[in-house]
Design a protein around this ligand. Structure first.
Ligand SMILES: [Zn+2]
Length: 458
């Protein structure tokens, strides 16, 4: 009797283990099968850890990459260089994670049927970027390191996300042997993976916070003598700006005024609004996630706290995230997050269609409207509307000091306030010097191409 009970128990344990194992496998299969099939090394989907099946096209149907046979990039060398950081290279040094996010769908995989053979008919993955815009931006950067990001703040479509330096994947230069430094960080997608000291583009954040939490902020004035002192430390301007209101302080990018505005906003509110606006958050789309920014005022004194509100101190922003922030201002305080892949099709069949994810409301509509007016005033009175014919551009420049004798980074962020051209942008040129002097000419070359890209759809 005793022995029989023992055997029964043993059997029960084995059966339980078997069933448990099967349940575990079924669960894992249900949850992870699509990840297994696209795991790096899966020969159906990848070659050299990049997409290995189907065709990738730009927003106008221009073929950027054909991997139905051998891996073939665009026949235009400039397009190959300007889009490679999204498509991946031949050696797997640059991984096309966003594009490869749809590799399983593109390869004809589904959970029930597994990998399907569509009798040679491969899928087409359409990106939101325009090869013409990418090329214009790369040409405008002209070998300088940095990024140009532009997206439609109503739909979320990224029209431009260029990173420089880059190279032609069909004509790979001797990167390892280069001593000039021009390929430094070449494998990095600066739009997505880099963070930068924002400099004065961060004044948009401080202005927004001031509008939201200092009730009489618009009726106040600030005096700039060229230096605003805190004991032995000081916040300085390149010249004395005299007396300015909030709008004027932003237009003239007056550090001394912003030191006073920072005091009115206060530390708690700066932390609160930086968090509410998502300035240091990551941005995620198509299976990729951007680098995280930084805003840390824990150990700041009066002057260093003021500098943190001017985009210096230890502030860091990611270009994709900051572009989304200014786009949200343009959209009235509640916007759409950017994305790169618009759809995946096979023949007549649509296998995937993107939809822009809402940012949620990050600021009141009144604050957003006021910022639109202020940033519009910047371009009208300081940067010059003549640089952007036919477009109502709203923007703020930044010249972020890096210390250590390095030339400043040039920054420019803003948006177009036209119904037909809902574009938000960020331009970064590393060691580019003055923000407006360096970035305005770049943007003035790229925006007309964006305009044409949108017109061709209308
Ligand atoms: Zn000043």
């Amino acid at each position: 009797m005793n022995r029989v009970t023992k055997r029964t128990w043993m059997m029960a344990i084995f059966v339980a283990l078997l069933l448990g194992g099967m349940a575990f496998f079924a669960g894992e299969y249900a949850l992870k099968a699509d990840r297994w099939v696209v795991a790096t090394g899966s020969p159906h989907v990848y070659n050299n850890s990049n997409l290995g099946n189907g065709t990738v096209v730009d927003r106008d149907g221009v073929v950027l990459l054909d991997v139905s046979g051998n891996r073939a990039y665009s026949d235009n060398a400039e397009t190959r260089a300007s889009t490679m950081h999204w498509l991946g290279d031949r050696n797997g040094r640059i991984q096309a994670k966003a594009v490869a996010n749809y590799a399983a769908i593109l390869a004809g995989y589904d959970k029930v049927n597994g990998l399907y053979n569509y009798a040679g008919e491969t899928g087409v993955e359409s990106l939101t970027i325009s090869a013409a815009v990418q090329n214009a931006a790369l040409r405008a950067l002209n070998g300088r390191k940095g990024t140009v990001g532009i997206y439609n703040y109503k739909t979320g479509e990224i029209l431009c996300a260029v990173t420089s330096p880059t190279y032609d994947p069909d004509n790979v230069p001797d990167i390892a042997g280069d001593t000039s430094g021009k390929y430094e960080g070449v494998y990095l997608n600066r739009f997505l993976q880099s963070t930068y000291v924002p400099g004065s583009i961060f004044k948009i954040v401080t202005t927004a916070a001031a509008l939201e939490c200092v009730p009489d902020i618009e009726s106040r004035t600030f005096t700039c003598t060229g230096s605003y002192e805190y004991g032995t430390e000081a916040v300085t301007c390149e010249r004395a700006h005299g007396t300015l209101d909030l709008k004027g302080a932003l237009a003239h990018s007056c550090n001394c005024s912003f030191a006073q505005i920072a005091q009115l906003v206060g530390r708690k509110n700066m932390e609160k609004y930086v968090a509410k606006y998502g300035i240091t958050d990551t941005v995620s789309f198509d299976g990729v996630t951007s680098a995280k920014g930084n805003y840390d005022i824990k150990d700041t004194g009066g002057a260093s706290f003021a500098w943190s509100c001017i985009g210096q101190h230890s502030d860091l922003i990611n270009p994709a995230r900051f572009m989304t922030f200014v786009g949200t201002i343009a959209a009235g305080g509640k916007g759409v997050e950017p994305y790169l892949v618009s759809d995946v099709t096979r023949g007549e069949e649509t296998l995937y269609t993107a939809s822009g994810k809402s940012t949620g409301r990050i600021m009141s509509e009144a604050t957003a409207k006021k910022l639109q007016q202020y940033l519009r005033n910047n371009v009208r009175t300081i940067y010059g509307d003549g640089n952007f014919p036919g477009l109502s551009v709203c923007a703020k420049s930044g010249t972020s000091q890096l210390g250590g004798g390095q030339k400043s980074n040039a920054m420019f962020a803003g948006f177009v306030m036209d119904e037909a051209y809902p574009l938000a942008f960020i331009v970064v040129v590393e060691n580019g010097g003055y923000g407006s002097a360096t970035c305005v000419p770049i943007l003035s070359q790229v925006l007309p191409i964006c305009k044409a890209a949108l017109d061709s759809r209308n």
